[in-house]
Design a binder for this molecule. Sequence first.
Ligand code: TRP
Ligand code: SF4
Length: 330
Amino acid sequence: MNEQQKKTVLSGVRPTGPQHLGNLVGALRNWLSLQDVCQCFFTIVGWHALSSEYMNSKAIKGHTFEVALDWLGVGLDPEKCVMFLQSEVKEHAELHLILSMVTPLPWLERVPTFKEMQQELQDKDLNTYGFLGYPVLQAADIVIYKADFVPVGEDQAAHLELTREIVRRFNRIFGPIFPEPQTLLTEVPRLAGTDGRKMSKSFGNSILIKDPPELIREKIMPMITDTRRMRRNDPGEPNDCPVFTLHRAFVPKERQDEVAHGCRTAGIGCRECKAVVLEYLIRTLEPIQERRRAFEKNPGRVWDILEEGNRKARRVAQATMDTVRAALGF
Ligand code: TRP
Ligand code: SF4
């Protein structure tokens, strides 16, 4: 397929810290296959992080570096995709401003994440103009590259719907400039964290991509299992076990089936079962962590890769903004 026929993909991550296994399974694995078949833009969205972390803005740069290391570690390839920093492509801010002019306030007030995040992060004052505009900035990130597809999890569905509504309104007023991006829902069974709830940074129950094997062992061995297996001889049900969500993501199917059978017949114990997933997990992460360490030792190279990505992104974003300004009559 030549470059012109390729579909354009954009996705972004807020730099709030290193990526965890949920990010690996839910997003990064998918991005890895997309970078071979689409024109992909992957961006670390520092301004989105700022919208909730403005009191701690100095931490964002370090988190950005960690995310970049995770991406390079898992094999995102700067030869195949554009990896860049949102805050280094100022055109995003200009388009955010322009889109904000045509976005009715009620559309933003009814985005479910607006109230939810305010509830969840009670220690932060998120009753700000910038935080309300979070989805408008996200829309700008996406449409400035005229992205066809946005690979994201279910939690982003409302933001993508709003992006399409903004696009329709913009196009109606100023002419057909932006395509309506489609959500590329990544359907993966949610990974459980170490406390049995969904693996999430905000729950502090994550296993990180960069965690050394010993730490991963310490996190997995005490994990809650199917509560029906109180004793070694009690049979269990893998579908009701948080640990087995990790098997599904990291253990080959045949071995998974063996373990599941062992669980249902009390043929194996939970310790043994956890040892299996630990073995495959560590085996999966080994080459990733090795690549990650190599980049970590060479931070100059990482920032150069990002800077090259910024340049490529800027070229596309500037061309789009020329069209937008002309459509406005400016
Ligand atoms: N809101 C997204 C999240 O919290 C991050 C994001 C910002 C994003 N801009 C984007 C995702 C553009 C996809 C496309 O995960
Ligand atoms: Fe979970 Fe494995 Fe124990 Fe079954 S044997 S309850 S799948 S940890």
